[in-house]
Design a protein. Structure first.
Length: 344
C-alpha cells in the first residue's frame, strides 16, 4: 500500500488532489533543501519552482472547494425554502379543511333550525285549524239576523277574529255607548258602526296609515255608515311618558273628544316599536267618561300583558272583567269619585 493511499485512509474525507498537493509540496520542499545543502543549486531552484506550481495548484483546489461549499449552501437554502413553502401549503390546506368542516356544521345547524321552525309553524297552523270551529260558530252568529248593505271586509289576521268581533259587538249592543273610540281602523270599524247605527252612538277611529284609513273610509261609504263612523288620520309621533318616548297617534286627533264611554285599543301595531300600545290609557284617560269600557286586543302578547299590569296598578278605577271569547282583555273604567269631582 502506497503512502498516498495510507494517508487517504486516515483522512477519508479528503480527495486525492487534496492529499497529493501537501504531500508533493513536502517532498519538493525536502528535495530542495537536500539539493541546496549538497550543492546542487540549480536542481534546488528547479524544485522550488515546482513547489511554487504545486502551491498554486493547491490554492486552486481550495478555491474550487470553497465554491462547492457555497453552491451547497445555496442548494440547502433552496431546500429549506421549499420545505417551508410545503409546510405553509399543508397548514393552509388544514385550515381550509377546518373551515369547510365548520361550514358543513353551520349548514347542518341551519337545516336543523329550519326543520324546527317548520315544525313550530305546523303546530301554530294546527292551533289555527283547531280554532276553526269556534271561529265558524262566531261567524254564523255575527251574520244571524243581519244583512250588510255591501260585502263585509274580511276578519282575522290584522283584523279582529270573528270570536273577538262577536264579544266586542255584544258589549256595544248591551252597554250602548254614546261615543266609541277605536285605535286602529279596519273591518271592526264597519261592524261597530252597524251596531251603533241601531243603538244611536258614534264611532271615531284613528289610523296612522293613510292607506288603511282610506280603505276603512271606503268600506264605511260602501256600507252607508259615514254618518255613524269617522276615520281620522293620526300619524304616529313620539309621546313622552315618564321620560320615555313611545310612537303613538298624534294627540291632536283626539283633542275634541270628551266622554268617550267605549274604547277599542287595536293599534298601533306591534311593528312600530316596543310597548306600542302602552301610552293609550295615559293619553285618553282624561277624555274618558266617568264610566267606560276598554277592550284591549292582543292582550296575550308580552308587551300588552306588561301594559295591562302597569295600567291596573296605576289607575285605581280600572279593573279587568272576565272575557268570554277572543284574544282581547275587557276592562271596566270607573273614575274614582274624588277625581270625577275635580275633572273639568
Ligand atoms: C290591528 S290593525 C287594526 C285592525 C282593526 N281594528 C280591525 O279589527 O279590523 C292596526 C293597524 O294596522 C294597520 N293594518 C291594517 N291591516 C294591515 C295589514 N294587512 N298589514 C299591515 N298593517 C295593517 C292599520 O294601519 C291599522 O290601523
Amino acid at each position: 500500500m502506497s503512502t498516498l493511499s495510507r494517508t487517504r485512509r486516515r483522512l477519508p474525507r479528503l480527495t486525492s488532489p487534496q492529499v497529493a498537493v501537501p504531500v508533493s509540496a513536502g517532498v519538493l520542499c525536502a528535495g530542495a533543501v537536500a539539493t541546496a545543502v549538497t550543492g546542487y543549486d540549480q536542481i534546488a531552484v528547479a524544485l522550488l519552482a515546482l513547489l511554487g506550481g504545486v502551491i498554486v495548484a493547491g490554492l486552486l483546489l481550495v478555491y474550487r472547494r470553497l465554491a462547492k461549499v457555497q453552491k451547497a449552501g445555496v442548494a440547502a437554502q433552496r431546500d429549506l425554502r421549499t420545505t417551508v413553502e410545503e409546510m405553509q401549503r399543508r397548514l393552509i390546506a388544514a385550515v381550509e379543511r377546518e373551515r369547510l368542516t365548520a361550514g358543513d356544521r353551520h349548514l347542518e345547524l341551519a337545516e336543523a333550525v329550519a326543520r324546527v321552525r317548520q315544525l313550530t309553524e305546523r303546530k301554530a297552523g294546527s292551533a289555527q285549524v283547531l280554532s276553526l270551529p269556534r271561529e265558524f260558530e262566531a261567524t254564523v252568529q255575527l251574520f244571524q239576523g243581519f244583512t250588510p248593505r255591501a260585502p263585509m271586509p274580511s276578519s282575522g289576521d290584522f283584523a279582529l277574529n270573528p270570536t273577538g268581533l262577536l264579544e266586542l259587538l255584544h258589549l256595544i249592543r248591551t252597554r250602548k255607548p254614546r261615543l266609541v273610540l277605536e285605535l286602529g281602523s279596519g273591518t271592526s270599524s264597519v261592524w261597530i258602526a252597524y251596531v251603533l247605527e241601531k243603538s244611536g252612538g258614534k264611532l271615531v277611529s284613528l289610523d296612522h296609515e293613510p292607506g288603511y284609513a282610506n280603505r276603512t273610509r271606503q268600506a264605511l261609504t260602501a256600507h252607508g255608515l259615514t254618518k255613524v263612523a269617522t276615520v281620522r288620520d293620526a300619524p304616529l309621533a313620539p309621546v313622552n311618558i315618564e321620560g320615555r318616548d313611545y310612537p303613538w297617534y298624534d294627540p291632536e286627533a283626539l283633542a275634541d273628544l270628551h266622554d268617550i264611554d267605549f274604547v277599542l285599543i287595536d293599534g298601533p301595531p306591534a311593528a312600530v316599536g316596543a310597548d306600542a300600545r302602552y301610552p293609550a290609557l295615559h293619553m285618553i284617560e282624561k277624555r274618558l267618561a266617568d264610566r267606560a269600557t276598554v277592550v284591549f286586543d292582543d292582550a296575550g302578547r308580552p308587551d300588552e300583558q306588561a301594559a295591562l299590569a302597569a295600567w291596573t296598578e296605576r289607575y285605581d278605577g280600572l279593573t279587568r272583567e272576565g272575557e268570554l271569547l277572543g284574544r282581547h282583555a275587557v276592562l271596566a273604567f270607573a273614575r274614582p269619585p274624588a277625581m270625577a269631582a275635580t275633572r273639568g
